[in-house]
Design a binder for this molecule. Structure first.
Ligand code: FAD
Length: 470
């Protein structure tokens, strides 16, 4: 195999971090090999993460709309039903097309793709156990670790991916559970909870912390939780799962207040464990070459993505920073630019975060709570979608834009949006932050009418002056 020739760059892992790094490296003229064990490119994100979850969120939203909203818009059906195999089929097709697309991009850019499990034998050599037995040694002047993350297991709860599932099982249930219990109110739990809630499951989210999605701006979070509760999602916060009993027909969970106290029980047909993700470096042989990791197993890197071992780099979910696909991609590009002798830069304060429920919640920069903690004098500008003409026209007006700006300079510090399409709306704010814009800069920028984006302009007006439409 051509894998035995020396490469300029070897990437271990073909997720959004790894495959993007590999393509970028090849584009910069570096001889590049990417090693992936899964049998398909795209990593967690494409195979069992971002993409299949968004497919199911969209399909389940369509069903929910057909059931609850279409009639209000004068669109009537005699009856509406879910064809779960067809829904799963559309998701699988989307995933298969996209993963094959990356293989195509590898060919186009001349990235050598080696299938199998990679393991360091020296800082410049990785042996790959191929899927059909046998192994190849892949050599590289530079090796990038992009092995991503895995589900964080909870002690005493065994995931069988049927009744006790991780997000992977929750993306492939063959029946709509009557009762679904979600352990963990992070974005993955809420997205998957939303899918099954819309399809008819009774969903209860159990969370140890006093609030859902802890990174979210507090005010937006409260409105968000209310929106989900209106959709009949139930929340048990400050609650600990003590044990899960799968011996009977239904799963029995024993719960306890986080602070300790009287126990209670909860029944479920399916339990989703979504209590976070941990860096994945099993079997990689990091100890063999002496790559340092931190207390939680993340690989330690400097601002150039270099580990403590010369020639070995790491990017994406396996290093500190937001565990998000677009962050992994940014890491990948910057890391390869450094390797190629150029400059690269990723500012983790400018990485947007999106929860793809309905409404979506998207944010960039600092929350009001964070700004307060920093002791910065600030102003807040808000605008509700109830006062946005496009949102009213389409009868989908639940949500808000909130801008936090420095008082003295009006520089925008954070933007938080809850809206049906918040994940698309946020990028104007990301660009504004990236360019150090003021709220007045956004307010004085012409926004097309009627669009949801006008709510951002109005919130900006509300930050340094007054909005027009409320
Ligand atoms: P990964 O995508 O985990 O890829 C690592 C790859 O390396 C894997 O394919 C693995 O098989 C391979 N690998 C590991 N070890 C080896 C080895 N030794 N040899 C060969 N190959 C190896 N993020 C978002 O930004 N937006 C979302 O909407 C979103 N939704 C998500 C929904 C779910 C249900 C989940 C679970 C995650 C979601 N994420 C989302 C997070 C996103 O998937 C990750 O942040 C992203 O995939 C990280 O990219 P990565 O390249 O670092 O790692």
């Amino acid at each position: 195999s051509s894998g035995s020739d020396e490469n300029d760059v070897v990437v271990v892992g073909g997720g959004p971090g790894g495959y993007v790094a590999a393509i970028k490296a090849a584009q910069l003229g570096l001889k590049t090999t990417c090693i992936e064990k899964r049998g398909a490119l795209g990593g967690t994100c494409l195979n069992v993460g971002c993409i299949p979850s968004k497919a199911l969120l969209h399909s389940s939203h369509m069903y929910h709309e057909a059931l609850h909203s279409f009639a209000n818009h004068g669109v009537k059906f005699p009856s509406v039903e879910v064809d779960l195999p067809a829904m799963m089929g559309q998701k699988d097709k989307a995933v298969a097309n996209l993963t094959r697309g990356i293989e195509g991009l590898f060919k186009k850019n001349k990235v050598n793709y080696v299938k199998g499990y990679g393991k360091f034998i020296s800082p410049s050599e990785v042996t790959v156990d191929g899927p059909e037995g046998g192994n190849t040694v892949v050599k590289g002047k530079n090796i990038i670790i992009a092995t991503g993350s895995d589900v964080k297991f909870l002690p005493g709860i065994t995931i069988d991916e049927k009744r006790i599932v991780s997000s992977t099982g929750a993306l492939a249930l063959t029946e709509i559970p009557k009762k679904l219990v979600v352990i963990g109110a992070g974005y993955i739990g809420l997205e998957m909870g939303s899918v099954w809630c819309r399809l008819g499951s009774e969903v209860t989210v159990v969370e140890f912390a006093p609030e859902i999605v802890p990174t979210m701006d507090g005010e937006v979070r409260k409105q968000f939780q209310r929106a989900l509760e209106k959709q009949k999602m139930k929340f048990m916060l400050k609650t600990k799962v003590v044990s899960v009993d799968t011996s009977g027909d239904v799963v029995k969970l024993t719960l306890e207040p986080a602070a300790g106290g009287e126990q209670s029980t909860l029944e479920a047909d399916v339990v989703l464990v979504s209590a976070g993700r941990i860096p994945f470096t099993a079997g990689l042989g990091l100890d063999k070459i002496g790559v340092e990791t931190d207390k939680v197993g993340r690989i330690t890197v400097n601002e150039r993505f270099a580990t403590n071992v010369p020639g070995v780099f790491a990017i994406g979910d396996v290093i500190p920073g937001p565990m998000l696909a677009h962050k992994a991609e940014e890491d990948g590009v910057a890391c390869v630019e450094f390797i190629a002798g150029k400059e690269g830069h990723v500012d983790y304060d400018m990485v947007p975060g999106v929860v793809y429920t309905h409404p979506e919640v998207a944010s960039v920069g600092k929350t009001e709570e964070q700004v307060k903690t920093l002791g910065v004098d600030y102003r807040v500008g808000k605008f509700p979608f109830m006062a946005n003409s496009r949102a009213k026209a389409i009868d989908d007006a639940e949500g808000i834009v909130k801008i936090v700006a420095e008082k003295e300079t009006d520089k925008i510090l954070g933007v938080h949006i809850m809206a049906p399409n918040a994940g698309e709306l946020i990028h104007e704010a990301v660009l504004a932050l990236q360019y150090g814009a003021s709220s007045e800069d956004i307010a004085r920028t012409c926004h097309a009418h009627p669009t949801m984006s006008e709510a951002l302009k109005e919130a900006a007006m509300a930050t340094y002056d007054k909005p027009i439409h409320i």
